[in-house]
Design a protein around this ligand. Structure first.
Ligand SMILES: Nc1ncnc2c1ncn2[C@@H]1O[C@H](COP(=O)(O)OP(=O)(O)OP(=O)(O)O)[C@@H](O)[C@H]1O
Ligand SMILES: [Mg+2]
Length: 349
Protein backbone atom coordinates (compact mmCIF):
# COMPACT_ATOMS: atom_id res chain seq x y z
CA UNK A 1 0.00 0.00 0.00
CA UNK A 2 1.17 3.51 -0.71
CA UNK A 3 0.91 4.44 2.98
CA UNK A 4 3.77 2.00 3.68
CA UNK A 5 6.07 4.23 1.62
CA UNK A 6 4.96 7.43 3.36
CA UNK A 7 7.54 8.88 5.73
CA UNK A 8 6.57 9.60 9.30
CA UNK A 9 7.04 13.22 10.53
CA UNK A 10 10.13 11.99 12.49
CA UNK A 11 11.72 10.39 9.44
CA UNK A 12 10.95 13.40 7.31
CA UNK A 13 12.45 15.76 9.90
CA UNK A 14 15.54 13.53 10.33
CA UNK A 15 16.13 13.35 6.58
CA UNK A 16 15.83 17.10 6.13
CA UNK A 17 18.00 17.78 9.19
CA UNK A 18 20.65 15.38 7.80
CA UNK A 19 20.52 17.05 4.38
CA UNK A 20 21.14 20.37 6.13
CA UNK A 21 23.70 19.42 8.77
CA UNK A 22 26.05 17.23 6.68
CA UNK A 23 26.95 19.88 4.01
CA UNK A 24 27.24 22.53 6.74
CA UNK A 25 29.51 20.16 8.77
CA UNK A 26 31.69 19.48 5.72
CA UNK A 27 31.93 23.20 4.96
CA UNK A 28 32.87 23.82 8.60
CA UNK A 29 35.57 21.09 8.42
CA UNK A 30 37.02 22.69 5.27
CA UNK A 31 37.29 26.06 7.03
CA UNK A 32 38.27 24.58 10.45
CA UNK A 33 39.95 21.23 9.87
CA UNK A 34 39.52 19.95 13.45
CA UNK A 35 37.40 16.83 13.05
CA UNK A 36 35.83 16.64 16.52
CA UNK A 37 34.75 20.31 16.47
CA UNK A 38 33.26 19.79 12.99
CA UNK A 39 31.47 16.63 14.23
CA UNK A 40 30.15 18.42 17.32
CA UNK A 41 29.00 21.30 15.15
CA UNK A 42 27.28 18.93 12.72
CA UNK A 43 25.49 17.14 15.57
CA UNK A 44 24.43 20.48 17.03
CA UNK A 45 23.08 21.67 13.67
CA UNK A 46 21.31 18.31 13.20
CA UNK A 47 19.74 18.47 16.67
CA UNK A 48 18.52 22.06 16.30
CA UNK A 49 17.20 21.69 12.78
CA UNK A 50 15.54 18.35 13.62
CA UNK A 51 13.66 19.91 16.54
CA UNK A 52 12.56 22.97 14.60
CA UNK A 53 11.49 21.00 11.51
CA UNK A 54 9.73 18.33 13.53
CA UNK A 55 7.85 20.89 15.58
CA UNK A 56 6.83 22.85 12.48
CA UNK A 57 5.69 19.78 10.56
CA UNK A 58 3.66 18.46 13.49
CA UNK A 59 2.07 21.82 14.06
CA UNK A 60 1.27 22.14 10.38
CA UNK A 61 -0.02 18.56 9.98
CA UNK A 62 -2.14 18.58 13.12
CA UNK A 63 -3.63 21.93 12.20
CA UNK A 64 -4.64 20.49 8.84
CA UNK A 65 -5.85 17.23 10.40
CA UNK A 66 -7.94 19.09 12.93
CA UNK A 67 -9.50 21.03 10.12
CA UNK A 68 -10.26 17.82 8.18
CA UNK A 69 -11.73 16.26 11.32
CA UNK A 70 -13.91 19.25 11.90
CA UNK A 71 -15.07 19.13 8.31
CA UNK A 72 -15.83 15.43 8.14
CA UNK A 73 -17.43 15.12 11.55
CA UNK A 74 -18.92 18.59 11.38
CA UNK A 75 -18.17 19.08 15.03
CA UNK A 76 -17.14 22.09 16.94
CA UNK A 77 -15.24 21.31 20.09
CA UNK A 78 -15.67 23.63 23.03
CA UNK A 79 -12.63 25.46 24.43
CA UNK A 80 -12.40 22.96 27.30
CA UNK A 81 -12.66 19.97 24.97
CA UNK A 82 -10.00 21.41 22.71
CA UNK A 83 -7.65 21.86 25.68
CA UNK A 84 -8.36 18.28 26.73
CA UNK A 85 -7.80 16.85 23.26
CA UNK A 86 -4.60 18.82 22.83
CA UNK A 87 -2.98 18.14 26.16
CA UNK A 88 -4.36 15.00 27.70
CA UNK A 89 -5.53 12.67 24.97
CA UNK A 90 -2.69 11.01 23.12
CA UNK A 91 -2.68 12.54 19.66
CA UNK A 92 -3.70 10.23 16.88
CA UNK A 93 -1.02 8.91 14.57
CA UNK A 94 -1.31 9.59 10.86
CA UNK A 95 -2.23 5.89 10.37
CA UNK A 96 -5.07 6.14 12.88
CA UNK A 97 -6.30 9.28 11.18
CA UNK A 98 -6.17 7.51 7.80
CA UNK A 99 -8.21 4.60 9.23
CA UNK A 100 -10.76 7.05 10.62
CA UNK A 101 -11.06 8.85 7.31
CA UNK A 102 -11.36 5.54 5.41
CA UNK A 103 -14.15 4.45 7.78
CA UNK A 104 -15.87 7.77 7.30
CA UNK A 105 -15.54 7.49 3.50
CA UNK A 106 -17.05 3.95 3.49
CA UNK A 107 -19.92 5.12 5.66
CA UNK A 108 -20.61 8.07 3.37
CA UNK A 109 -20.44 5.79 0.29
CA UNK A 110 -23.05 3.48 1.82
CA UNK A 111 -25.26 6.47 2.65
CA UNK A 112 -25.00 7.77 -0.91
CA UNK A 113 -25.79 4.32 -2.36
CA UNK A 114 -28.86 4.08 -0.13
CA UNK A 115 -30.01 7.53 -1.22
CA UNK A 116 -29.49 6.60 -4.88
CA UNK A 117 -31.45 3.37 -4.37
CA UNK A 118 -34.28 5.28 -2.71
CA UNK A 119 -34.27 7.75 -5.55
CA UNK A 120 -34.56 4.96 -8.16
CA UNK A 121 -37.27 3.33 -6.08
CA UNK A 122 -39.16 6.62 -5.86
CA UNK A 123 -38.89 7.21 -9.62
CA UNK A 124 -40.06 3.67 -10.40
CA UNK A 125 -42.92 4.08 -7.95
CA UNK A 126 -44.11 7.30 -9.57
CA UNK A 127 -43.81 5.81 -13.06
CA UNK A 128 -45.79 2.75 -12.02
CA UNK A 129 -48.38 4.79 -10.21
CA UNK A 130 -49.00 7.12 -13.12
CA UNK A 131 -49.20 4.13 -15.47
CA UNK A 132 -51.73 2.38 -13.22
CA UNK A 133 -53.81 5.56 -12.93
CA UNK A 134 -53.66 6.36 -16.63
CA UNK A 135 -55.25 3.12 -17.84
CA UNK A 136 -58.63 3.47 -16.06
CA UNK A 137 -58.70 7.27 -16.39
CA UNK A 138 -58.24 7.13 -20.19
CA UNK A 139 -60.85 4.39 -20.43
CA UNK A 140 -63.35 6.49 -18.43
CA UNK A 141 -62.53 9.54 -20.56
CA UNK A 142 -63.12 7.50 -23.74
CA UNK A 143 -66.49 6.15 -22.63
CA UNK A 144 -67.74 9.50 -21.30
CA UNK A 145 -66.71 11.33 -24.51
CA UNK A 146 -68.39 8.70 -26.68
CA UNK A 147 -71.56 8.90 -24.57
CA UNK A 148 -71.60 12.71 -24.75
CA UNK A 149 -71.04 12.61 -28.49
CA UNK A 150 -74.29 10.77 -29.11
CA UNK A 151 -73.88 7.22 -27.77
CA UNK A 152 -76.02 8.20 -24.78
CA UNK A 153 -79.07 8.11 -27.07
CA UNK A 154 -78.13 4.73 -28.48
CA UNK A 155 -79.84 2.06 -26.34
CA UNK A 156 -77.65 -0.66 -27.88
CA UNK A 157 -74.47 0.66 -26.23
CA UNK A 158 -75.28 3.29 -23.59
CA UNK A 159 -75.78 0.87 -20.67
CA UNK A 160 -72.73 -1.16 -21.72
CA UNK A 161 -70.55 1.96 -21.83
CA UNK A 162 -71.82 3.15 -18.45
CA UNK A 163 -71.11 -0.30 -16.99
CA UNK A 164 -67.56 -0.17 -18.38
CA UNK A 165 -67.13 3.32 -16.94
CA UNK A 166 -68.32 2.08 -13.58
CA UNK A 167 -65.88 -0.90 -13.71
CA UNK A 168 -62.99 1.45 -14.39
CA UNK A 169 -64.07 3.73 -11.54
CA UNK A 170 -64.10 0.66 -9.27
CA UNK A 171 -60.59 -0.12 -10.43
CA UNK A 172 -59.46 3.40 -9.52
CA UNK A 173 -61.13 3.19 -6.13
CA UNK A 174 -59.46 -0.19 -5.44
CA UNK A 175 -56.11 1.21 -6.45
CA UNK A 176 -56.45 4.21 -4.17
CA UNK A 177 -57.65 1.97 -1.31
CA UNK A 178 -54.64 -0.32 -1.79
CA UNK A 179 -52.23 2.61 -1.84
CA UNK A 180 -53.85 4.03 1.25
CA UNK A 181 -53.52 0.68 2.99
CA UNK A 182 -49.84 0.37 2.04
CA UNK A 183 -48.96 3.85 3.22
CA UNK A 184 -50.73 3.27 6.54
CA UNK A 185 -48.94 -0.05 7.00
CA UNK A 186 -45.59 1.45 6.01
CA UNK A 187 -45.90 4.39 8.34
CA UNK A 188 -46.82 2.04 11.18
CA UNK A 189 -50.08 3.93 11.77
CA UNK A 190 -52.12 0.81 11.23
CA UNK A 191 -53.34 -0.53 14.57
CA UNK A 192 -53.77 -4.28 14.70
CA UNK A 193 -56.93 -5.56 16.22
CA UNK A 194 -55.73 -8.95 17.40
CA UNK A 195 -57.92 -11.75 18.67
CA UNK A 196 -57.80 -15.51 19.10
CA UNK A 197 -59.43 -17.46 16.24
CA UNK A 198 -59.26 -20.74 14.36
CA UNK A 199 -57.17 -20.20 11.26
CA UNK A 200 -58.71 -23.04 9.22
CA UNK A 201 -62.21 -21.59 9.71
CA UNK A 202 -61.09 -18.25 8.29
CA UNK A 203 -59.56 -19.93 5.25
CA UNK A 204 -62.77 -21.91 4.64
CA UNK A 205 -64.72 -18.61 4.65
CA UNK A 206 -62.32 -17.18 2.08
CA UNK A 207 -62.59 -20.33 -0.07
CA UNK A 208 -66.38 -19.90 0.00
CA UNK A 209 -66.25 -16.21 -0.91
CA UNK A 210 -64.06 -17.01 -3.92
CA UNK A 211 -65.89 -20.18 -4.94
CA UNK A 212 -67.36 -18.56 -8.07
CA UNK A 213 -63.93 -17.46 -9.35
CA UNK A 214 -62.52 -20.94 -8.66
CA UNK A 215 -65.45 -22.64 -10.40
CA UNK A 216 -64.90 -20.58 -13.54
CA UNK A 217 -61.53 -22.32 -13.93
CA UNK A 218 -62.72 -25.61 -12.39
CA UNK A 219 -60.15 -25.22 -9.64
CA UNK A 220 -60.55 -27.27 -6.45
CA UNK A 221 -59.82 -25.49 -3.17
CA UNK A 222 -58.87 -27.96 -0.43
CA UNK A 223 -57.24 -28.32 2.97
CA UNK A 224 -54.24 -30.63 2.99
CA UNK A 225 -54.92 -34.06 4.51
CA UNK A 226 -53.78 -34.18 8.11
CA UNK A 227 -54.13 -30.41 8.60
CA UNK A 228 -57.76 -30.46 9.69
CA UNK A 229 -57.12 -30.31 13.43
CA UNK A 230 -58.21 -26.77 14.41
CA UNK A 231 -55.31 -24.45 15.20
CA UNK A 232 -55.87 -21.25 17.09
CA UNK A 233 -53.82 -18.12 16.29
CA UNK A 234 -53.61 -14.66 17.83
CA UNK A 235 -53.82 -12.12 15.00
CA UNK A 236 -55.88 -9.44 13.32
CA UNK A 237 -58.59 -11.58 11.74
CA UNK A 238 -59.73 -9.08 9.11
CA UNK A 239 -56.16 -8.34 8.00
CA UNK A 240 -55.38 -12.07 7.74
CA UNK A 241 -58.59 -12.47 5.73
CA UNK A 242 -57.18 -9.87 3.33
CA UNK A 243 -53.93 -11.89 3.07
CA UNK A 244 -55.87 -15.11 2.38
CA UNK A 245 -58.07 -13.39 -0.21
CA UNK A 246 -55.08 -12.12 -2.16
CA UNK A 247 -53.18 -15.41 -1.95
CA UNK A 248 -56.17 -17.52 -2.99
CA UNK A 249 -57.17 -14.98 -5.67
CA UNK A 250 -53.62 -15.11 -7.05
CA UNK A 251 -53.62 -18.89 -6.96
CA UNK A 252 -56.84 -18.85 -8.98
CA UNK A 253 -55.73 -16.09 -11.38
CA UNK A 254 -52.33 -17.60 -12.08
CA UNK A 255 -53.34 -21.23 -11.54
CA UNK A 256 -54.19 -23.68 -14.28
CA UNK A 257 -57.66 -24.88 -15.37
CA UNK A 258 -58.77 -27.98 -13.41
CA UNK A 259 -55.97 -27.32 -10.96
CA UNK A 260 -55.92 -27.59 -7.17
CA UNK A 261 -55.26 -25.07 -4.44
CA UNK A 262 -54.13 -26.72 -1.24
CA UNK A 263 -53.63 -25.10 2.16
CA UNK A 264 -51.66 -26.55 5.01
CA UNK A 265 -51.29 -25.61 8.67
CA UNK A 266 -48.51 -26.71 11.02
CA UNK A 267 -47.57 -25.98 14.61
CA UNK A 268 -43.92 -24.92 14.75
CA UNK A 269 -41.54 -24.26 17.66
CA UNK A 270 -44.44 -24.44 20.14
CA UNK A 271 -45.19 -20.74 19.69
CA UNK A 272 -46.22 -20.24 16.11
CA UNK A 273 -48.33 -21.67 13.32
CA UNK A 274 -47.05 -21.99 9.76
CA UNK A 275 -49.65 -21.49 7.02
CA UNK A 276 -48.97 -22.40 3.40
CA UNK A 277 -51.10 -21.98 0.28
CA UNK A 278 -49.98 -23.92 -2.78
CA UNK A 279 -51.16 -24.04 -6.35
CA UNK A 280 -50.15 -26.17 -9.31
CA UNK A 281 -50.17 -23.31 -11.80
CA UNK A 282 -47.63 -21.69 -14.10
CA UNK A 283 -45.13 -20.91 -11.34
CA UNK A 284 -42.80 -17.91 -11.10
CA UNK A 285 -39.33 -17.93 -12.61
CA UNK A 286 -36.26 -17.37 -10.46
CA UNK A 287 -35.57 -13.93 -11.94
CA UNK A 288 -38.98 -12.63 -10.79
CA UNK A 289 -39.18 -14.44 -7.47
CA UNK A 290 -37.11 -12.01 -5.35
CA UNK A 291 -39.16 -9.03 -6.58
CA UNK A 292 -42.78 -10.13 -6.42
CA UNK A 293 -43.35 -8.56 -2.98
CA UNK A 294 -42.41 -5.13 -4.37
CA UNK A 295 -45.17 -2.61 -4.99
CA UNK A 296 -46.59 -2.84 -8.53
CA UNK A 297 -44.32 -5.73 -9.47
CA UNK A 298 -45.88 -8.23 -11.86
CA UNK A 299 -44.35 -11.00 -13.91
CA UNK A 300 -44.55 -10.85 -17.71
CA UNK A 301 -47.29 -13.46 -17.55
CA UNK A 302 -49.43 -11.25 -15.30
CA UNK A 303 -48.77 -8.15 -17.42
CA UNK A 304 -49.93 -9.86 -20.58
CA UNK A 305 -53.08 -11.18 -18.97
CA UNK A 306 -56.34 -9.40 -18.57
CA UNK A 307 -56.76 -11.07 -15.21
CA UNK A 308 -53.65 -9.41 -13.78
CA UNK A 309 -54.21 -6.78 -11.10
CA UNK A 310 -52.05 -3.81 -10.22
CA UNK A 311 -49.38 -5.77 -8.38
CA UNK A 312 -50.05 -4.32 -4.93
CA UNK A 313 -51.63 -7.41 -3.35
CA UNK A 314 -48.48 -9.24 -2.25
CA UNK A 315 -46.87 -6.05 -1.04
CA UNK A 316 -49.87 -5.48 1.25
CA UNK A 317 -49.78 -9.13 2.42
CA UNK A 318 -46.10 -8.85 3.33
CA UNK A 319 -46.69 -5.64 5.26
CA UNK A 320 -49.61 -7.17 7.16
CA UNK A 321 -47.60 -10.23 8.16
CA UNK A 322 -44.61 -8.09 9.15
CA UNK A 323 -46.89 -5.85 11.23
CA UNK A 324 -47.62 -9.03 13.22
CA UNK A 325 -43.87 -9.42 13.74
CA UNK A 326 -43.80 -12.48 11.47
CA UNK A 327 -42.41 -13.26 8.02
CA UNK A 328 -43.71 -14.30 4.64
CA UNK A 329 -41.97 -16.49 2.07
CA UNK A 330 -42.47 -18.00 -1.36
CA UNK A 331 -41.24 -21.09 -3.23
CA UNK A 332 -41.98 -21.70 -6.86
CA UNK A 333 -41.02 -23.81 -9.87
CA UNK A 334 -42.04 -23.11 -13.43
CA UNK A 335 -44.91 -25.39 -14.57
CA UNK A 336 -44.99 -27.08 -11.14
CA UNK A 337 -46.60 -24.42 -9.02
CA UNK A 338 -46.17 -21.86 -6.28
CA UNK A 339 -46.36 -21.96 -2.50
CA UNK A 340 -46.77 -18.86 -0.37
CA UNK A 341 -46.29 -19.25 3.35
CA UNK A 342 -46.29 -17.19 6.51
CA UNK A 343 -46.24 -17.66 10.25
CA UNK A 344 -48.55 -16.32 12.95
CA UNK A 345 -48.26 -16.39 16.73
CA UNK A 346 -50.31 -19.09 18.50
CA UNK A 347 -51.01 -17.02 21.56
CA UNK A 348 -50.77 -13.49 22.88
CA UNK A 349 -47.21 -13.07 24.20
N1 LIG B 1 -49.76 -18.05 -7.32
C1 LIG B 1 -49.06 -17.38 -8.24
N2 LIG B 1 -48.61 -18.01 -9.35
C2 LIG B 1 -47.89 -17.35 -10.29
N3 LIG B 1 -47.57 -16.03 -10.20
C3 LIG B 1 -48.00 -15.36 -9.12
C4 LIG B 1 -48.77 -15.99 -8.10
N4 LIG B 1 -49.04 -15.06 -7.15
C5 LIG B 1 -48.48 -13.91 -7.58
N5 LIG B 1 -47.85 -14.07 -8.76
C6 LIG B 1 -47.11 -13.03 -9.50
O1 LIG B 1 -46.76 -12.02 -8.60
C7 LIG B 1 -47.27 -10.76 -9.04
C8 LIG B 1 -47.63 -9.90 -7.86
O2 LIG B 1 -48.80 -10.40 -7.22
P1 LIG B 1 -49.78 -9.38 -6.52
O3 LIG B 1 -50.81 -10.14 -5.79
O4 LIG B 1 -48.93 -8.42 -5.74
O5 LIG B 1 -50.36 -8.57 -7.74
P2 LIG B 1 -51.61 -8.87 -8.70
O6 LIG B 1 -52.33 -10.09 -8.23
O7 LIG B 1 -51.10 -8.87 -10.08
O8 LIG B 1 -52.46 -7.59 -8.47
P3 LIG B 1 -53.40 -7.21 -7.20
O9 LIG B 1 -53.18 -8.28 -6.17
O10 LIG B 1 -52.90 -5.87 -6.78
O11 LIG B 1 -54.78 -7.20 -7.76
C9 LIG B 1 -48.45 -11.13 -9.92
O12 LIG B 1 -48.70 -10.11 -10.84
C10 LIG B 1 -47.96 -12.40 -10.59
O13 LIG B 1 -47.09 -12.06 -11.65
MG1 LIG C 1 -52.95 -10.32 -6.24
Amino acid sequence: MSSQKNLSPQQLSANTALALSIPIGIAFYIIHPVWWIALLFTVLIFGCSYSIIHYTIKKFIYRKIKLIYKLIYQTKASKREEFYYKNFLPQKTIEEVRDDVEKWAIQRKDEIELLQQNETYRKEFLQNLSHELKTPIFAIQGYVDTLLNGALENPAVNIKFLQSTSRNIDRLVNLVDDLDEISRLESGQQQLNCQQFIIQDLLKEVYESLAINAEQKSIRCVLKKGCEQPLSVFADKEKIRQVFINLVENAIKYGKENGTIESSFYKIDGKRVLIEISDDGAGISEEHLPRIFERFYRTDLARSRKAGGSGLGLSICKHIIEAHGEAMHVRSSIDVGTTFGFTLPKNKD
